[in-house]
Design a protein around this ligand. Sequence first.
Ligand code: NAD
Length: 468
Amino acid sequence: MSDYEMVIDGRRVDAENSFDVTNPATGESIGTVANATLDDLDAAVAAAGRAFPSWSQKSDEELSRACLAVADRIEANADELARLLTREQGKPLNMRGSRREVGGAVAWARYTAGLSLPMKVIQDNNEGRIELHRKPLGVVGSITPWNFPVMIAVWHILPALRTGNTVVIKPSPYTPIATIRLVEIMNEVLPAGVVNIVTSDDAQANIGGAMSAHDGIRKMVFTGSTATGKKVMKGAADTMKRLTLELGGNDAGIVLPDVEPDQIAEALFWGGFNNNGQTCAAMKRLYVHEDVYDAVCDALVAYASGVTVGNGEDESSSLGPINNQMQFDKVSRLVEDAKKRGRVLLGGEPGEGLFFPPTLIADLSSDDPLVAEEQFGPVLPIIRYSDIEDAIAQANNSENGLGGSVWSQDVEKAKSIAARLECGSVWINRHGAIQPNAPFGGVKSSGFGVEFGEEGLAEYTDIQTLYC
Ligand code: NAD
């Protein structure tokens, strides 16, 4: 029997086989998780399909109240969720990590409960009346990554529920446990079958691929790498699924010559190292004007040297380990290679187990693999520029387009540069801040569709135009 089971049709369901989940801080197993077969997926989709007719008939107010009840239950179980999350993901338990993520999940759930997409009257005159109605889609399939598993699950599930859809979610094999608990908690206040979870090690069966192609699923919301996002898109073609794809990023930050380096060092650091750099919209390339280049490097080193790295269950840690071996190896390889050309200002040597210290590497060029690839770890390459036009061109010379930032005391000037960056979100004098009322999404290969706000909610609906 698995330690953690799936939830299908309101009931815990085990599978014949299970897989182990390990704590990245210690390498120890923290439990076995049910390993779904394709039949389990079919059962979950069928349950969500059976729950859809009555769920989608609920009034707007009933759906809003149900989402609020979900938010309340998450809040009531926040401590347990945060502890599970730290053990499987590695991030600190404190407000830099799991408690902030679970708090964010509550905030997003509450805000989404309060949103609504009322019928719009497009025309009402002698020539007739035209109304625009938003209708739920059916069963929504959600696939989540390992970096923010609880918050991203809420970003997927709550807008789906709020608009009258039902859900089957599949978390990452590295971080399924907190999501299982989240779905159990949701099922305490929702009718059976409205939210189901299937868990898989991705090896025994390709559950994500089967979801993308499943004819019982009407929409896929996928957060993960661009390579897997493309597979989801291909798999979804035959059934004409709606898609929201939140994919990889390789965000650039551009520092103008008028900054005060000591004043921006802390925000610059966390723009790159939030969640140990394992954040889609983290600053992964920093372009600094030559006039302030040395001073910015010094200020970053001074701040980063005081950041504590350790087991996330120790509340004094500000950063934990890298989540998994594959990611650790990727970061190690890129750093080792970049050391041949760049100047290591801090870190640069792998630590024990999956720990990797915050690493700053200066004097790299834009085509260095550490700069050009999404390394997704606690590393920030720093690139010197002299001409802002070059810096903008280099920032835009990427297939990714998730986020970007401009750092300057002259906000109007920064805004004019921000407008020229090819990305879905741009920040001035900070990087990576997101809010439940502000749409978030990528351009170019970072995906399409947005999450959050009314625009994000609308993605879980079809429009029906009514001519009366
Ligand atoms: P990943 O693409 O390896 O895995 C994501 C999910 O896809 C997992 O649940 C995985 O099990 C599943 N999956 C595996 N094979 C599949 C298939 N063939 N079909 C469908 N699903 C399949 O990504 P990851 O390593 O878990 O996450 C890191 C990536 O996610 C980074 O690229 C990061 O930038 C991106 N990300 C993007 C956002 C955003 O909002 N844009 C947010 C967080 C993470």
